[in-house]
Design a protein around this ligand. Sequence first.
Ligand code: WQD
Length: 370
Amino acid sequence: MNQELMTLDFWQDTVIYEGKAFPIGTLACDALNVPADTIAKMNEHCEKINLLLGLLNAGQDIVIVDNLYNSSPKVIDRIERITGKRPVFVEADCCDRAAMDRLFSDYDITGVIHFAGLKAVGESVEKPLLYYRNNLDSTLTVLEVMREHNCHQFVFSSSATVYGDQPAPLYETAQTGGCSNPYGWTKFMIEEILKGACRADLALSVVLLRYFNPIGAHESGLIGENPNGIPNNLMPYITQVAIGRRERLTVFGDDYDTPDGTGVRDYIHVVDLAEGHLCAIRYAQAHTGCEVFNLGTGRGVSVLEMVHTFSEVNNVPVPYVIGPRRAGDLATVYADPAKAKQILGWEAKKTLADMCRDSWRWQTRNPSGY
Ligand code: WQD
């Protein structure tokens, strides 16, 4: 039985097929002709569920693996509610060599999408060893087990933070390294590991997806980003302030060299991100070697623009104060997304208003998270 190992962050609740995004509730099972069964490893947040749900809907046998460090097993219930099928869930860690070996032994895995990694810039500055250990160890473990089981396709969730502090827009040909935080260094190191692995193993096919700032949720409001504890990232913090779980947002600095002085980022809807992954899977199946793509919109949005847009779109106040800069933060980061459009046929379609609306729907339907 052919399997495709996918480690998913369940941001997604829309399946992308043949370049079209299907809100998961409307996906016809026969719309997806996915050849292999799939094993999915849940990652920090329940984020890329669309991909998983869509493959489920296509009749794939899914095994979800997650260490639940920063996610909830209740997502499985939501998956079943959305698709009518309950995937097998295995609580395990991608760093657990024996567990990964068992997975590859139990299933004939044809490819891996690896999202398992810690991803908060601020937290990585406070806990660098945790980030190096988890992000590097999980990747090396999965790669070694893949090799032992003759599995050659690997799509990696990388990050714009590998570009370090360089003028935007950022092109895939830009120099990488010079990262401003340990999180970014882990992604840079993993990219270098993968490039070297492809030079040594000509059968290996690697796609590096450099995410910019994924936000949003599925239009059903059933699944969304629900970090444990105090949110490190902007959007979940905004939604928790708006719903009343937190008193106010602290804007980390308004003295950057940006139009309004606050940090500028390239926010991308998780649905668009899902589509980028399906395009990447297909690319990996048809090529060998290592290829890198930016997954961003090409548009920079400041913290205050995000706050005001969120308030206006959802007609809800977001109290905030201006605080000091956060260690590791950069002023302006946004993508040039042309390569993904040219080679993968992918581009982001959702607007900032869509991201704010969908994030808020998730939070209002889940005031305390899962
Ligand atoms: C965004 C902006 C903050 C929180 C993210 C992911 C990382 C990677 C890169 C994918 C910054 C400001 C935030 C708050 C604030 N993505 N902010 N108050 O740091 O760009 O990193 O994108 O791999 O995984 O974490 O995102 O959401 O933390 O910050 O003012 O309470 O919002 O200073 O300008 P960041 P973020």
